[in-house]
Design a protein around this ligand. Structure first.
Ligand code: GLN
Length: 240
């Protein structure tokens, strides 16, 4: 049976879903923002397209409205912070990522962490992890490894190529954080509920498993979220 989706009706009214009216709720493309301030956001947008999501570049806090998920890409976390600390963008991101699926890669992982070292710096503080910036030293600023994953049987079909560029190291994680891949005994891919974080750059490999895994997280969260706003609950990211 084809279900109608109030969120679509709202979007259709704005003329944004002209090609989608026949689709079922469960198969509608998740709308996933990619923070496009700096770094390799285009590669993430292509990866999202490859796995059936609709990428939207986010450059202003108001563009977070109505998104089903968000990727915070790699780049330079200090540069991100300079930009985000203007106009309350950091606070809007924190509110968004507190309950909407968000994937941080490399600098994005640093931004999500509760504690940042080397040197200490502000962050969104929502992923229960201690992250050390540039932990692999200058001589191995970049490397490509083959890494086993624990993403689930559909995904763990062989080693994953993991590309590290001036990568951080996740030194410690809290009890609610699952380690989905490791390098030399340190986590490189972790999940805490609706949050996913990688110290490598999955968008730079042709293997799309990690993006597919994140899009599945987004679909699950979206399809289990009632679209009608609860009477007293604060639901800042949905227009309907
Ligand atoms: N070294 C960068 C930082 O500290 C992260 C590098 C990356 O995102 N590839 O923010």
């Amino acid at each position: 049976m084809v279900k109608t989706n109030p969120a679509w009706r709202a979007l259709s009214a704005e003329g944004k879903t002209a090609n989608l009216p026949e689709e079922k709720t469960e198969t509608a493309k998740p709308r996933i923002g990619v923070l496009a301030i700096q770094g390799d956001y285009d590669a993430h947008a292509s990866a999202l397209q490859d796995v059936g999501a609709e990428p939207l570049l986010v450059r202003k806090p108001e563009q977070l409205e109505g998104l089903d998920g968000l990727i915070i890409p790699g780049g330079e976390s200090t540069t991100f912070l300079k930009f985000l600390e203007r106009d309350g963008f950091l606070e809007s991101l924190r509110t968004f990522a507190a309950d909407t699926p968000t994937f941080g890669t490399c600098a994005g992982c640093i931004l999500l962490a509760t504690k940042v070292l080397h040197p200490p710096q502000p962050s969104l503080g929502i992923l229960d992890a201690t992250v050390e910036r540039n932990a692999y030293g200058r001589q191995i600023d970049s490397s490509i490894e083959e890494t086993a994953t624990k993403l689930g049987s559909d995904f763990d079909i062989g080693p994953l190529e993991t590309v590290y560029i001036r990568a951080p190291r996740i030194q410690q994680v809290g009890k609610d954080v699952s380690v989905l891949a490791e390098r030399d005994g340190f986590p490189v891919l972790v999940r805490q509920g609706h949050l996913l974080a990688a110290t490598f750059h999955p968008e730079l490999s042709t293997d799309r498993r990690v993006h597919r895994y994140f899009v599945n997280m987004v679909r699950e969260a979206r399809d289990s979220t009632p679209h009608s706003a609860p009477e007293s609950g604060h639901k800042p990211h949905r227009k309907s």
